[in-house]
Design a protein around this ligand. Structure first.
Ligand SMILES: NC(=O)c1ccc[n+]([C@@H]2O[C@H](COP(=O)([O-])OP(=O)(O)OC[C@H]3O[C@@H](n4cnc5c(N)ncnc54)[C@H](O)[C@@H]3O)[C@@H](O)[C@H]2O)c1
Length: 273
């Protein structure tokens, strides 16, 4: 197993055409990795691949829809054809769905789960057997969210999809620890990307409730520390290097998570039993 987690290694990043995925790709390239970007948006993917190649990066793009297992299998076939190996799998593609749960449509649940949950499952189903059989170590990074650690108003559906990603990442971390494969789950708060526009634009007709426009979040919900994707990517690089299970990005998370842990802990006080 090589000591350097990036140099000469092959990284696959889903949702790599923009936002956090693109920043991850840039950070991995800087560290000497070869990168495969997978994204459902062909134009954005083409632009990003061209940009990254200008800087001399060894990068290829593969149009992929992570909601389809067959599409993720085709991605793996292309990675094998181009590079013959895989070491770092970033299940990062995701969409945002906003609105109060009492107004949720079935299509909202299906859309969020198809990308945020099944997209991660497909990445694991397809790439984990390869990582294990290859025997060169490796790392799986799943992008969840702070909403995967704390349930938030207006983000109930999104939170459910991201809690699932945190849960499966925790289990996978324990299962793969002794097999030389690291697992991290990235849980950022707000990051400066186009996720809200993309999530409306990319939503397939079959997953739109007829006559209902997807909601965008109210401005006050979006206040607070918004950080650039490059900052998230630096955290990820360090987190992977250290083998951290959780990768957190916003200092304000500390207090919120502490309060949650305390609320749970208080439920064990003798007067609660
Ligand atoms: N931006 C934030 O504030 C924030 C906070 C916490 C977590 N996240 C998570 O970070 C991840 C990346 O989001 P982002 O903020 O960079 O958004 P983004 O929209 O900039 O990037 C997401 C990418 O995923 C792609 N994508 C969407 N559906 C796909 C599909 N079915 N198959 C393949 N690719 C698909 C999009 O085309 C886009 O390029 C997501 O999982 C998101 O939930 C984002």
């Amino acid at each position: 197993m090589t000591a350097d987690k990036f140099a000469g290694r092959v990284a696959v990043v889903t949702g790599g055409a923009g936002g956090i995925g693109r920043a991850l790709a840039e950070a991995f390239l800087q560290r000497g990795a070869r990168v495969v970007l997978a994204d459902v948006d062909p134009q954005a993917l083409e632009r990003t691949v061209a940009d990254l190649r200008k800087d001399g990066g060894e990068v290829v793009g593969v149009v992929t829809d992570v909601t389809s297992r067959r599409s993720v299998e085709a991605l793996a076939e292309e990675v094998r054809r181009q590079f013959g190996a895989v070491h770092l799998v970033c299940n990062n593609a995701g969409v945002a769905v906003f609105g109060p749960l009492r107004e949720a449509r079935h299509e909202d649940w299906e859309f969020a789960m198809a990308v945020n949950f099944w997209g991660v499952v497909h990445g694991i189903e397809v790439f984990l057997p390869w990582l294990l059989e290859q025997g060169q170590g490796g790392h799986i990074l799943n992008t969840a969210s702070m909403a995967g650690l704390v349930g938030m108003e207006w983000l109930g559906i999104y939170s459910a999809s991201k809690f699932a990603v945190v849960g499966l990442s925790e289990a996978l971390y324990r299962e793969l620890k002794l097999l030389g494969i690291g697992v991290s789950v990235l849980c950022p708060m707000m990051v400066d990307t186009r996720i809200n526009e993309n999530s409306v634009r990319l939503r397939p007709a079959a997953l739109r409730a007829p006559g209902v426009e997807p909601l965008v979040p109210p401005a006050e919900a979006m206040k607070g520390g918004v950080i650039p994707p490059a900052e998230v990517a630096q955290r990820v690089v360090r987190g992977i290097e250290r083998g951290d299970l959780y990768i957190l990005t916003h200092p304000e998370q500390r207090e919120i998570l502490r309060r949650r842990a305390e609320r749970l802990d208080r439920m064990f006080d003798p007067d609660r039993w």
